[in-house]
Design a protein around this ligand. Structure first.
Ligand SMILES: *Cc1c(COP(=O)(O)O)cnc(C)c1O
Length: 225
């Protein structure tokens, strides 16, 4: 299925008017689909798999801002450390330490979001509030990572009230995060929440960055990867 240009344009103008950043989630989609979105002016793209991201980065325009939105294993940080724009799903101290190490090797500071566990499912990754505070205490010792905000994923459910409650819980944690000293976080902060099915609700609950895939690129065919 080709990129839905009309849908892309209407989502882009909707998000622009609300000052919400669109991360176009291009996982499993061919480079041509990214090029089509790029031609509309889109520069932020999100990928979930390290190898796929590295392959696309090598062949696509170098002014694309690549977001890593998947579950990142520590031993794979080195493959994306030279170029990644923002790592959304930081969910352990070990991973943050490895990102710091690889950023130093590449002589750069890597921007990260801390993933917060808001869904009821056991399988979703992320910190709780107490763990976030433990991470906070470690940040002065990690000068090559810059924590820019939080990321979360709601439960996979049709129950809008439940999704809304989870988003509002994350917004509350984000408000507390914004009280952290600017010496250990970026000045402007990011709340990455909302996907194709729930991005409008997420924005209403305070999100300023949404990760949208299937609404832009069509449904994914994992078998083709
Ligand atoms: C795949 C993915 C998305 C995009 O999902 P859609 O429902 O296709 O918009 C957003 N965030 C994360 C973390 C993802 O893995």
């Amino acid at each position: 299925m080709p990129v839905n240009i009309a849908a892309c344009q209407s989502i882009l103008s909707e998000l622009n008017s609300k000052n919400v950043t669109l991360v176009a989630v291009s996982k499993t989609k061919p480079a041509e689909d990214i090029t089509a979105m790029y031609a509309l002016g889109q520069r932020d793209f999100g990928e979930n798999y390290v190898q796929e991201l590295a392959e696309k980065q090598a062949i696509l325009p170098h002014d694309i801002r690549w977001h890593f939105i998947g579950h990142l294993q520590s031993n794979k940080v080195k493959y994306i450390a030279p170029f990644v724009h923002l790592i959304h799903g930081v969910d352990s101290a070990k991973l943050l330490q490895e990102i710091n190490k690889q950023a130093l090797k590449n002589n750069r500071v890597i921007d990260c979001l801390l993933q917060v566990h808001i869904a009821q499912e056991e399988t979703k990754f992320g910190f709780n509030e107490m763990e976030l505070n433990a991470i906070k205490a470690q940040l002065p010792g990690l000068p090559n990572v810059r924590v820019c905000g939080l990321m979360g994923m709601a439960s996979l459910t049709d129950n809008r009230e439940k999704i809304k409650a989870e988003f509002l819980a994350l917004k509350k944690i984000f408000d507390a995060f914004n009280q952290w000293p600017v010496t250990i976080r970026s000045a402007n902060t990011i709340l990455s929440m909302g996907m194709s099915g729930d991005y409008q609700l997420a924005i209403a609950c305070g999100s300023n960055m949404v990760r949208i895939g299937s609404l832009l690129f069509g449904t994914r065919n994992y078998g083709a990867v």
